[in-house]
Design a protein around this ligand. Structure first.
Ligand SMILES: NC(=O)C1=CN([C@@H]2O[C@H](COP(=O)(O)OP(=O)(O)OC[C@H]3O[C@@H](n4cnc5c(N)ncnc54)[C@H](OP(=O)(O)O)[C@@H]3O)[C@@H](O)[C@H]2O)C=CC1
Ligand SMILES: O=C(O)C1=N[C@H](C(=O)O)C[C@H](O)C1
Length: 250
């Protein structure tokens, strides 16, 4: 059987360099290009890449995806910075390339995907829910894509269940003290040397609390998800948002 022809964009970055090694080690894949900032995207076409793994930065990802979709190259995207406006632009490119698939995964690690699922299940049963994400201090954005997605899923679950807004009697506060408000869910971002990528979802009800915590201790935690995404995206035209859809978690 022929090998899947995979290219990595952001190949010299923290996660990109780990992805290069993972693709090279995968028996069913061939690494056909490993590009960094400044490299010509035309190399993707010259290398006849079937799938691009996009692990660059929020300021680069849109241009890269526009190129991929206009050349019928499927994409597995880990880069953060997704807004409704960006997703709408991506959908117009996908409409023009209906056989091409894009997976955007806020987080490729199985534990983080399950954290989001568990938080979604638990959120309607507690009065209060807050998200705390903790990352290395070189991370470019805050809050993390994972925390934003977690808060959105929590808010959706609570709205569907008809939950009241969360209690919070704060009358005065320093700016930022209550975190960022993502659809009514407070999200707090910690940046600390020594950490990699961690998240806690804190849920509170009368006389009890529940904490769902996940820790990515090494970039290797993201690799099985990236490889799964690359294997599945070629048969999933259009936009898939969240690795859970390829894990049959709904
Ligand atoms: N979904 C997930 O599971 C995960 C997602 N991420 C996300 O992945 C992204 C990258 O994170 P991280 O590796 O830590 O960041 P890094 O800054 O270490 O890596 C980004 C790399 O992309 C390069 N780059 C920038 N623009 C381009 C371009 N146009 N073409 C090719 N390469 C480019 C950068 O080059 P230069 O340094 O020269 O600018 C850099 O080498 C972030 O958005 C992060 O949040 C990270 C981990 C897991
Ligand atoms: O920049 C990182 O490191 C990570 N970024 C992603 C995010 O913003 O959620 C995934 C993970 O948290 C690591």
């Amino acid at each position: 059987m022929s090998k899947l022809r995979v290219a990595v964009l952001g190949a010299r970055g923290r996660i990109g360099s780990e992805a290069v090694r993972a693709v090279e080690a995968a028996e069913d894949m061939e690494l056909v290009a490993a590009l960094g900032r400044g490299d010509e995207l035309s190399k993707l076409v010259e290398a006849d890449a079937q799938v691009v793994v996009e692990l660059t930065t929020p300021d680069s990802v849109m241009e890269n995806l526009e190129f991929c979709l206009s050349h019928g190259v499927h994409a597995v995207v880990g880069t953060t910075g997704w807004t409704e406006e960006r997703l709408a632009r991506l959908r117009t490119w996908l409409d023009a390339s209906p056989e091409t698939g894009v997976l955007i995964a806020p987080n490729f690690s199985i534990g983080a995907v399950l954290t989001m699922k568990f938080a979604q299940i638990a959120a309607p049963y507690f009065e209060s829910v807050e998200v705390v994400e903790l990352h290395h201090p070189n991370k470019v954005d805050a809050p993390s894509g994972t925390a934003t997605r977690t808060a959105q899923l929590i808010a959706e679950a609570r709205s569907k269940a008809g939950c009241a807004p969360q209690p919070d009697a704060t009358a005065t506060a320093l700016d930022g003290a209550r975190g960022a408000d993502v659809d009514g869910v407070p999200v707090h971002a910690v940046r600390l040397r020594g950490l990699l990528a961690h998240q806690e979802v804190l849920l509170g009800g009368e006389g009890e609390t529940l904490t769902v915590r996940h820790d990515s201790l090494h970039h290797s935690s993201f690799m099985p998800g990236i490889l799964l995404g690359a294997r599945r995206v070629t048969a999933a035209p259009g936009l898939t948002f969240g690795l859970e859809h390829f894990l049959d978690l709904g």
